[in-house]
Design a protein around this ligand. Structure first.
Ligand code: SF4
Length: 347
């Protein structure tokens, strides 16, 4: 059960004092009122990606597109190329779509309320709350995995995730202050990242240890509980490197679905189970030569193992790129691994 209001206020006050002293300095954070464009850009990039990985992309995007209008004006192709490496290309496409709506339909102004933000492409409940709280000081409660972990421990919630989600959200909401909701959200994120970490939380140095039920009961290493997850399956596929006069055959993936709209080398479908005949998917009926080993990549929902076959020949009507331009062409990471492997075997 959540504590009384007075105690909650003390807890939040302690957290904010700690944040004022120890909070991380990140490129999208500013002491003054936060810029909604920067908050939005950072939050979209941070979905499924770590802070360290996001920083160089954030800085590059700000340099290329200093505001929502310049981002909206940039061609989608170019934006996706600059996005390559952040993964989840649907996010890159939605970023551009959202920028266009804000720039063209909303006179360049992001909406302030969660409900309005939720209507924009690529903005789910977490991101809407984050933008509302961080950029506009709305009393929205921002809950990600870090916050869930801190709440489960602070209140010693025994119910496992994901079933405990709404309970943990309510607990985080019960602590959200009216005056500094954005700082509160960032403080919890920082506490979860630096002190109340998934493994080995640093309770002796935690500003909230005096309030923490898990710490008092010695449960910090066992919370939050989780329902057992299904193991990630492994899918297999064959990729074709077809070369003709120094150029390589490429194609574009369908707009919808995994890596939607991105460039790739032709391949078989990626399926579970080892054996699959590649002949009907090969772009040309020729003698293919395998490249030794396989390329491995992990997506959110599955591991992928790719075998590479190389060959020489031409097909009419295909798209071709010069071999030495492939790595700069904006392929997704998994395809860059394939390209790098083939180029490596040739050097
Ligand atoms: S005392 Fe330990 S378990 Fe509790 S919030 Fe702090 S770091 Fe997390």
């Amino acid at each position: 059960m959540a504590r009384d209001k007075g105690n909650n206020k003390k807890l939040t006050g302690r957290l904010l004092d700690w944040f004022d002293r120890e909070g991380r300095s990140l490129p999208w954070r500013t002491k003054a009122r936060r810029d909604p464009y920067k908050v939005w850009l950072a939050e979209i990039m941070l979905q499924q990606t770590t802070v360290m990985a996001v920083i160089p992309y954030f800085e590059k995007f700000l340099e290329l597109y200093p505001n929502v209008k310049t981002l909206a004006r940039a061609p989608l192709e170019e934006v996706l190329k600059n996005w390559a490496g952040l993964g989840y290309y649907a996010r890159g496409r939605n970023l551009h779509k959202c920028a266009n709506i804000v720039a063209n339909d909303l006179a360049g102004q992001f909406p302030e309320k969660e409900e309005q933000l939720l209507t924009l492409p690529g903005i789910g409940p977490y991101t809407a709350a984050a933008i509302a709280a961080l950029a506009f000081g709305q009393p929205a409660t921002v809950v990600d995995g870090n916050v869930e972990r801190v709440m489960a421990r602070l209140f010693a919630v025994p119910v496992p995730l994901p079933g405990a989600k709404s309970r943990l959200h309510d607990l985080a909401a019960s602590l959200t202050p009216d005056d500094r909701p954005g700082d509160y959200a960032e403080a919890l994120m920082d506490l979860g990242a630096a002190v109340c970490t998934p493994n080995a939380p640093d309770c002796p140095h935690c500003p909230l240890s005096g309030f923490c039920r898990a710490f008092k009961q010695g449960l910090q290493d066992t919370l939050p509980r989780r329902d057992k997850r299904k193991a990630r399956p492994t899918r297999h596929g064959v990729v074709f490197w077809l070369e003709d006069k120094g150029r390589v055959l490429v194609r574009r993936r369908p707009e919808k679905g995994l890596l939607g709209g991105m460039l790739e080398l032709p391949s078989t479908p990626w399926r579970e189970g080892q054996k699959q005949s590649f002949h009907s998917h090969a772009p040309l009926d020729i003698q293919w030569t395998p490249v030794s080993g396989e390329v491995r990549h992990t997506f959110t929902h599955f591991h992928l193992r790719l075998t590479i076959l190389t060959g020489q020949g031409h097909v009419k009507g295909g798209s071709w790129l010069k071999k030495d331009q492939l790595l700069a062409a904006g392929f997704p990471t998994v395809m860059n691994k394939v390209i790098a492997r083939v180029l490596e075997t040739r050097s």
